[in-house]
Design a protein around this ligand. Structure first.
Ligand code: GLN
Length: 457
């Protein structure tokens, strides 16, 4: 094989070079179904029976789950073939896939740049042609961010649409498993397979009261029916935005790089030419969203990661009293970003500081939700640039955690409000992909899928 062949997209050598997979293992689906013949790459924080699941952490380097996550069960039942477990920021904590204990993934569009994160391996697998589809998880943007940076489509479902059973928790109140595809229709077809109630995850129970009040883009389903059981998401990718009102939140456009804004505005103009109407909306609370998100995410993480002590899960901490042995396991098993977050989260929840940080963050979260409700009284969907910046070069952002956190400005408000969103490629700036995000009312997946598919032309 010549050096050129080794670099060709789609080859095994390409995948290794880009560091996309942590474990290469094929699991064939056992039935004919809507996904038969399709290959799916699975983020390494989603449990796969008999296949190593590391969460990108040295702590779980040898951990092999005894059961499949519900989403994995469903995609195998649908006839898909799993082709491997993908690299990720350690426990989902990051936005570039550089905090992985197993080295960074490279962006297939430009290998000097990051693929985004934390589901960077999954997005890169689809962008490089290593898989038709992929699963990621999105706590604060981890599906939409790498979709945007790799030039593919990613969907973050409404909280409660997709089962989290078997997803290794980072911040449970914020995260959802979400699909990647090269087209909106492909990603939506994977959503059709994984969405729906699961008796092993009580948050998938549908309560009509959770739908955004008065929003025209919300799911319109009979009483007692789960939206996933009454909706064909792939069929919603019909590109028809005639008569759709698209709200543009000024606060989430102003802060973005000019090159990103230019591409975003051209895409909006195209949608207007296809019969959509755009209106300005305001979300004043988003000014506090990044701070609130990080307080809540770190607080939940500090509690969720307590199980990695070398006794219940994780590498052994050796002899000594339990305190020393837990500390030794964590010192060795966790990377810097994970340690930082566990410490900050523990601090935010500690007696005396709980009201000052955690409670304030919860108040801000409620405010963000209210702002979105008001915006959906004026618009069917909202549109923003997915990421305010172009994909950075590797190494550029790691030394400055704060700059990394600020990259999440446009994605985290959606998780705080538990809403659905899609990121679709809107064009390029300097040869790099720019993603456009559509946000919908709760259980309004069809509306964001429809709008996203219109951007594809
Ligand atoms: N970048 C965000 C964080 O580090 C989002 C990560 C995610 O969605 N898993 O928390």
């Amino acid at each position: 094989m010549s050096a050129d062949d080794a670099d060709a997209p789609g080859g095994d050598a390409a995948a290794e070079d880009l560091n996309i997979f942590l474990t290469r293992e094929t699991v064939e689906g056992d039935a004919d179904g809507p996904l038969s013949g399709r290959t799916v790459a699975v983020k390494d924080n989603i449990s796969t029976e008999g296949v190593r699941t590391t969460c990108g952490s040295a702590m779980l380097e040898d951990y092999v789950p005894q059961y499949d996550a519900t989403v994995v069960e469903r995609l195998l039942d649908a006839g898909a073939t799993v082709v491997g477990k993908t690299n990720m920021d350690e426990f989902g904590m990051g936005g570039t896939t550089e905090t992985s204990a197993f080295g960074p993934t490279k962006n297939p569009v430009d290998p000097e740049r990051v693929p985004g994160g934390s589901s960077g391996g999954s997005a890169a697998a689809v962008a490089a042609g290593e898989a038709d589809l992929a699963l990621g998880s999105d706590t604060g943007g981890s599906v939409r961010n790498p979709a945007a940076f790799c030039g593919i489509v990613g969907i973050k479902p409404t909280y409660g649409l997709v089962s989290r059973y078997g997803l290794v928790a980072y911040a449970n109140s914020l995260e959802q498993i979400g699909p990647f595809g090269r087209t909106v229709e492909d990603a939506a077809a994977l959503l059709d397979v994984i969405a729906g109630p699961d008796e092993r995850d009580a948050t998938t129970r549908y309560d009509a009261a959770e739908s955004t009040p008065g929003a025209s883009g919300a799911a319109d389903v009979p009483d007692g029916v789960h939206p996933a059981d009454a909706t064909d998401y792939a069929a919603a990718a019909d590109g028809d935005v005639d008569g759709t009102t698209i709200g543009v939140p000024t606060e989430l456009v102003e802060g973005a790089d000019d090159r990103v804004v230019d591409v975003f505005e051209d895409a909006l103009a195209d949608l207007e030419a296809r019969g959509a109407e755009t209106v300005e909306v305001s979300l004043p609370s988003v000014e506090h969203a990044v701070q609130a998100y990080y307080v809540i995410a770190m607080s939940e993480a500090s509690s969720n990661l307590a199980r990695f002590d070398g006794v219940r899960y994780g590498i052994e901490g050796g002899d000594g009293n339990w305190n020393e042995s837990f500390a030794a396991a964590r010192e060795e098993g966790f990377g810097d970003e994970v340690k930082r977050r566990v410490l900050l989260g523990t601090y935010a929840l500690s007696a005396g500081y709980h009201d000052k940080y955690y409670k304030k963050a919860q108040d801000a979260r409620a405010w963000v939700k209210r702002d979105f409700d008001e915006a959906f009284a004026e618009a069917d969907v909202l549109a923003t640039p997915t990421m305010p910046v172009l994909p950075p070069k590797r190494g550029e952002s790691l030394d400055d955690p704060l700059s990394l956190y600020l990259m999440d400005a446009n994605t985290v408000p959606v998780n705080l409000a538990n809403l659905p969103a899609v990121s679709v490629p809107a064009g390029e700036a300097e040869g790099l992909p720019v993603g456009m995000q559509f946000v919908g009312p709760a259980f309004g997946e069809e509306a964001v899928i429809r709008a996203g598919s219109a951007v594809e032309g």
